[in-house]
Ligand binder design. Structure first.
Ligand code: ZN
Length: 312
């Protein structure tokens, strides 16, 4: 009986803890145990002196305490069920904080027995898709979307993203963070306190440069109130996605060059003019585009200088 308890009972425990065993399998396993118990594995037909039910019954009710495999299976599966149930509350409360209900993720099928989920793709639960949905719910930014262009270098695009939020080291932002600056005035015109929107859009130097760039692109002159205004203009301009992308890339390059001009003046004592800055923007954007061109695309410098939006 000790061997039955310690060996035959324990062998299938791992499988029984994971799967609901069919009745036939349970009966076959118990049959093996029963024969081993009474015949010692000899295979001879022997008398089963006590009923199998009594052998399985707990000792405190008069049984031998061998226990039923079926019940062991149920108990082990119930442990999973408990683990799932006890964690599902945590899942639900986490979702509740994100204003998502559990039924938005998992809902009963029409038959009321099986379950369905919009996050199951080709029969597999797509964790990445759900995580993306949760991230969107938990990080709500009212700033509007931002175009992470692939056609410009990452450091430039990151700079524009920061500039949109006013999170670049302009004199005003540095002072807000108690960082000493030699002068709080604009590094380009010295007439007004330097903010990111001023230095990149409303400073006379920036206005002149941006309008020269717009003229080069065949677009009428325009005054911008800030970086967001520039980005909104690019997003809403025209209907051709390709041309929109080129203009956006050129404007990213323009804002980046204005910041670079400001830094050159403050840290290197070098002064340029809007016309020279535009020349730099032309060659810089040209090299970005040429470097990232797909095979088969052609870009000609002369055409680029004449009309960048329509040359590709
Ligand atoms: Zn200025």
């Amino acid at each position: 009986m000790t061997l039955v308890k310690s060996v035959l009972r324990n062998l299938p425990t791992f499988y029984l803890s994971l799967f609901a065993a069919p009745i036939g399998v349970i009966e076959d396993l118990e049959k093996i145990q029963r024969h081993f118990l009474w015949s010692g594995g000899s295979g001879r037909a022997t008398v089963h002196w006590v009923t199998w039910d009594r052998m399985k019954a707990p000792k405190d009710v008069g049984g031998a305490g061998l226990g039923s495999l079926r019940n062991l299976n149920l108990a082990l599966l119930a442990k999973w069920w408990w683990a799932f149930k006890s964690r599902i509350d945590k899942v639900k409360s986490g979702l509740w904080k994100l204003n998502i209900e559990a039924k938005d993720i998992l809902y009963p099928d029409e038959d009321g027995i099986t379950w369905r989920s919009d996050f199951v793709v080709n029969g597999i639960f797509n964790v990445a898709k759900l995580r993306c949905r949760l991230d969107r719910a938990s990080h709500q930014i009212s700033d509007g979307e931002f175009w992470w262009l692939n056609s410009a270098p990452k450091k430039v695009v990151s700079f524009i993203w920061r500039a949109k939020q006013g999170r670049i080291p302009s004199a005003e932002e540095l002072q807000k963070r108690n960082i000493q600056v030699p002068s709080p005035m604009c590094g380009l015109c010295s007439n007004i306190v330097e903010t990111s929107n001023h230095i990149l859009t409303s400073c006379p130097f920036a206005e002149d440069t941006i309008n020269k760039v717009l003229f080069w692109c065949g677009i009428p002159a325009k005054q911008f109130s800030g970086v967001t205004d520039v980005l909104d203009f690019a997003r809403n301009w025209g209907h051709c996605p390709k041309k929109k992308e080129i203009l956006t890339c050129i404007l990213y390059g323009t804002l980046w060059s204005l910041w670079k001009e400001r830094n050159d003046r403050i840290f290197k004592g070098m002064n340029s003019t809007p016309a020279k800055t535009v020349d730099c923007i032309k060659s810089m954007d040209f090299s970005w585009r040429k470097f990232r061109m797909r095979r088969g695309d052609v870009i000609v410098w002369e055409k680029w200088c004449m009309s960048p939006i329509s040359c590709i």
